[in-house]
Design a protein around this ligand. Structure first.
Ligand SMILES: [Zn+2]
Ligand SMILES: [Zn+2]
Length: 402
């Protein structure tokens, strides 16, 4: 069969793949499709195991924290309710969604799409479910949350005695299973089980799909010349509509928010009645001075360098899309931007964890500050900006010159 590469629009002929084989685009080196034996069974097994560990992580003890004889035992559930009651419903919502509800929903969707109900589902409903799965997959932040828990523990080690409860170990096992689950998702195979692939006439591999007036459906990857996809009935486009303009608007908004996010304090630490506000940068300095070099470097890269690199890189890609002088390099940069996306959220989670965990009244407590809201909005705007950008425009002029 012939498939179009999602990153450069080149048509690639893929013969049947053997076990553990992947088809790579010869033009931009992006992965086009992969094959794993018994993929469906593995997906069901991993989704069920992930669900089991996810629910076990709600066990009453996630982390316990003690100082001067005062002990605070906290569960994931306490964290959600405490944040919602005392501080911000929005912050609590983002937290519940990204660490618990979205993984839960992804696992349930995967169980449904791999069961026999999937074949009987009408294409309209299947399209909604597939689109939903595609969108929410990028919003899963459970792995980042786990790294943030470890960073918070490093921050608190000098102040108090910390112990991990069964809930924490269950969450670690959940993240490991869930990462494997996500890597097993194969959208092409999913649609082949729902409906057959319609192979349009006159396909020559090696050329771009657009050169043969073919549009690739963004939901199910079907190639078509119609205005609506024959397989899932979604509207089809040659390129994402207004992708450059939307990417610019979201990235400029993110860059504006970057200023208050870095200048305003993100949290207040109250230790024996003394209030110390901390910005992102001062947090890094404190970690460095206390000798936690790896954590200081991690936070510095994730919270300060990555947002700046992402903004510069995306503007570079937009500039490149007009010239198309180095499309291969530009495609590699885009792949990196997609991977880096969520790592800036570490600091948001660190603040959320510290706020929920450290609640010993005036002895020691942590409160969130307005900077963290600006920071969260900035990170989310950047993720949307990268997703709105269509990497295929990086290759358009290059294909035209061929
Ligand atoms: Zn490609
Ligand atoms: Zn489609």
């Amino acid at each position: 069969m012939i498939l179009a590469c999602k990153h450069c629009d080149t048509l690639v002929r893929v013969s049947s793949l053997g076990e553990q084989q992947r088809a790579i685009c010869p033009c931009c080196k992006n992965e086009i499709v992969s094959y794993q034996a018994n993929q469906q069974q593995w997906l069901i097994a991993f989704s069920l195991t992930s669900l089991l560990f996810l629910f076990s992580s709600l066990y009453p003890s996630f982390i316990s924290f003690s100082q001067h004889g005062l002990v605070q035992d906290i569960s994931l559930w306490n964290t959600f309710s405490l944040l919602a009651d005392k501080y911000s419903l929005v912050l609590s919502g983002i937290f519940v969604f990204s660490t618990f509800l979205i993984p839960l929903f992804i696992c349930l969707l995967l169980l449904l799409t791999n069961s026999h109900y999937w074949q009987d589902l009408n294409p309209h409903n299947a399209r909604y479910l597939a689109r939903l799965l595609n969108k929410i997959k990028t919003l899963n932040l459970s792995d980042i949350f786990l790294v943030a828990v470890l960073v918070s523990v490093f921050k608190l080690m000098s102040l108090a005695d910390i112990r991990f409860g069964p809930g924490f170990w269950a969450y670690i096992l959940f993240v490991i299973c869930f990462i494997e689950t996500l890597s097993l998702i194969n959208e092409t195979e999913l649609w082949e089980r729902q409906q057959m692939l319609f192979q349009p006439a006159l396909l020559h591999d090696g050329k771009s799909a657009r050169a043969q007036e073919l549009k690739q459906c963004l939901i199910c990857s079907q190639l078509t010349r119609e205005t609506h996809c024959p397989r899932c009935y979604s509207k089809t486009y040659f390129r994402k509509p207004n992708s450059t303009q939307r990417a610019i608007i979201w990235m400029v908004t993110a860059t504006v928010f970057l200023i208050p996010a870095n200048l305003l304090p993100i949290m207040n630490t109250i230790n024996l009645g003394n209030e110390t506000p901390a910005t992102i940068f001062s947090g890094v300095v404190v970690m460095w001075q206390s000798g936690s070099y790896p954590v200081a470097i991690l936070i510095f890269i994730a919270s300060i360098c990555i947002p700046i690199i992402k903004a510069v890189a995306l503007f570079y890609l937009i500039f490149q899309s007009r010239k198309c002088s180095h499309p291969k390099r530009a495609s590699t940069i885009y792949r990196w931007l997609e991977i880096m996306g969520k790592w800036s959220m570490i600091d948001v989670f660190v603040v959320i964890i510290l706020v929920s965990l450290v609640q010993l009244g005036t002895v020691l407590s942590v409160e969130p500050h307005v900077g963290i809201v600006f920071f969260t909005v900035m990170v989310l705007c950047q993720i949307v900006a990268v997703n709105s950008f269509d990497p295929r425009i990086l290759w358009d002029k290059f294909h035209n010159h061929e």
